[in-house]
Design a protein around this ligand. Structure first.
Ligand code: RP5
Length: 180
């Protein structure tokens, strides 16, 4: 597990202080999902959110997956971001055993352009919600987690507002260049 040095910003020895404790769990069905899922990690890093990242396959490590989901809330996680490709049951299965919000990321594989992953994740039965982002949309999954954490955190909300203003500034510059 954690075969990529950059798969987590949590201290591998375990956090020393409450500030270092991961608030977001990024989980994925395989380390081959990491090139997609690291976009979520990058978004969290931009806002200074501590996270952990792990491979927890629904089909190949079912006991580990259920244990991860059952323990996540008590370990202090606030949001789970779960990505998988193909028959992508990981986000839904985690949502079935945790009260935490789960954001699902459909990872595109070689066949079907990620439509298989999307449909596997998005069509949850009523009562077991997964907030599904677009195919490969891990950056938005990270930003959605930041938004969830910003509820009751004015500083984080201000940072998010500033980012939205930056978007507008950037686009205005583009318009001016085009107008020249
Ligand atoms: C899924 O199967 C994983 O989430 C991954 O997207 C896909 C392929 O996994 P590997 O064969 O690369 O391990 O469960």
């Amino acid at each position: 597990m954690n075969q990529h040095a950059d798969m987590t910003n949590a201290d591998p020895k375990g956090p020393d202080t409450p500030e270092e404790r991961p608030l977001v769990g990024i989980v994925m069905g395989s380390d081959s999902d990491w090139p997609t899922m690291k976009l979520a990690a990058e978004a969290l890093e931009e806002f200074g959110i501590p996270f952990e990242a792990k491979v927890v396959s629904a089909h190949r490590m079912p006991e580990d997956m259920i244990a991860y989901g059952r323990e996540a809330h008590d370990r202090g996680l606030k949001v789970i971001i779960a990505g998988a490709g193909g028959a992508a049951h990981l986000p839904g299965m985690l949502a079935s055993v945790t009260p935490l919000p789960v954001v699902g990321v459909p990872v595109p594989l070689k066949y079907l352009d990620g439509m298989d992953s999307l449909l596997s994740i998005v069509q949850m039965p009523a009562g077991v919600p997964v907030a599904t982002v677009s195919i490969g949309g891990a950056r938005n999954a990270g930003l959605l987690a930041v938004r969830m954490l910003s509820i009751g955190d004015n500083e984080l909300a201000a940072d998010l507002r500033a980012q939205l203003l930056d978007f507008a500034q950037e686009l205005r510059k583009t318009a001016i260049r085009k107008g020249q």
